[in-house]
Design a protein around this ligand. Structure first.
Ligand SMILES: NC(=O)c1ccc[n+]([C@@H]2O[C@H](COP(=O)([O-])OP(=O)(O)OC[C@H]3O[C@@H](n4cnc5c(N)ncnc54)[C@H](O)[C@@H]3O)[C@@H](O)[C@H]2O)c1
Length: 305
């Protein structure tokens, strides 16, 4: 990447920072939204927090799971962040960092916790984060109502970023749909969502499909009803419906189509996840964003702005 890359991605900030560190004295600590200038061109470094030339130290909760291992791989290749400890009840893998079976036993200093574990493990992790004043990127799904209430309460004490889908693409789509809904629902377009997932997925529709529907519905004063099954209804669809359909098969990681169907034209927003990597990349970016943030509830829209 050259200095002329004014669109330098946020994740490239560390590379650039390293490159210019020697020549630009006094820039030991870069801050959010910092702008550097070079040969008259402005380079914007985005919203990630860069803690001087120190790496952000992360604890990986659920480190030996599929996502924990995906993130371990991503972070190993990232100069801006490192995993300083992992937590997992399963200890059959070897990792380049110490792993604790019980989070309460972890005495390693860190800046942020990334969580991809199981719902029952989230309570102890929240208590740990509150006790140690550690921000937390909370990605585990299937939390109970009581746990969601506990998450909200904990967010009064530490920074928590929670999202059922960490993919940047889906989170951008959530925003774009609001604008589309305003224009197209107003013009009488029918709205349908079709999601596809692998044959091991137990729940339907996906949490992401519901989040997409919610994003549209919020923009429409929550005036739309969700319809999941038309097989028992012998009627035309209503105007204020969002139809949500689920397909299950093979190894599909996650497809979502949001269809706005009008008279003689159809607008479709599609997102395809080809691997779990998309969730991992989003989580790593979220961890960089959240380190050092004040208490509060955050989501991926704060990361992508
Ligand atoms: N938000 C998102 O974008 C997103 C994306 C993918 C997965 N997820 C969610 O993340 C979670 C993990 O997904 P996965 O595919 O990695 O699952 P996984 O089953 O492969 O991994 C879960 C890991 O948690 C470990 N674990 C169990 N009890 C624990 C405890 N008490 N403390 C610490 N670790 C413990 C397990 O041993 C396992 O290694 C699931 O809830 C999944 O739905 C969220």
């Amino acid at each position: 990447m050259s200095v002329e890359d004014a669109d330098a991605s946020e994740t490239d900030a560390f590379t650039l920072m390293g490159r210019f560190h020697n020549s630009l004295s006094g820039l030991q600590v870069a801050q959010e939204g910092i702008k550097w200038y070079d040969t008259g061109k402005q380079i914007r470094f985005g919203r990630e927090r860069i803690m001087g030339n120190k790496k952000i130290r992360a604890i990986m909760h659920g480190c030996n799971g599929k996502m924990g291992q995906t993130i371990s791989g991503l972070i190993a290749a990232d100069e801006g962040i490192e995993i300083v400890a992992g937590i997992d009840t399963y200890d059959g893998l070897s990792n380049p960092y110490p792993v604790f079976r019980d989070i309460g036993a972890c005495d390693v200093e860190a800046d942020v916790v990334i969580d991809f574990s199981v719902a029952p493990a989230v309570d102890a992790m929240l208590a740990y984060c509150v006790g140690k004043k550690l921000p937390c990127v909370l990605c585990t799904t299937g939390l109970s109502e009581e746990q969601l209430a506990a998450v909200k309460e904990a967010s009064g004490r530490v920074a928590i970023l929670k999202s059922a889908n960490m993919s940047l693409g889906i989170n951008l789509l959530l925003k774009m749909l609001k604008e589309a809904a305003q224009v197209l629902a107003e013009a009488g377009f029918d709205i349908e969502i079709v999601e596809k997932h692998h044959n091991l997925k137990k729940d339907a529709p996906s949490g992401t499909a519901l989040a997409l529907a919610d994003s549209i519905n919020e923009e429409l004063d929550n005036s739309y009803q969700y319809v999941y099954d038309r097989s028992q209804i012998r009627e035309q669809r209503g105007k204020k419906e969002i139809g949500i359909s689920a397909v299950r098969g093979g190894t599909i990681v996650g497809d979502h189509d949001v269809i706005f169907a009008g008279a003689d034209e159809v607008v479709t927003f599609s997102h395809r996840a080809y691997s779990k990597m998309v969730f991992g990349k989003g989580a790593v970016q979220a961890a960089k964003f959240l380190a050092g943030k004040p208490a509060g509830m955050y989501d991926m829209s704060d990361v992508i702005g």
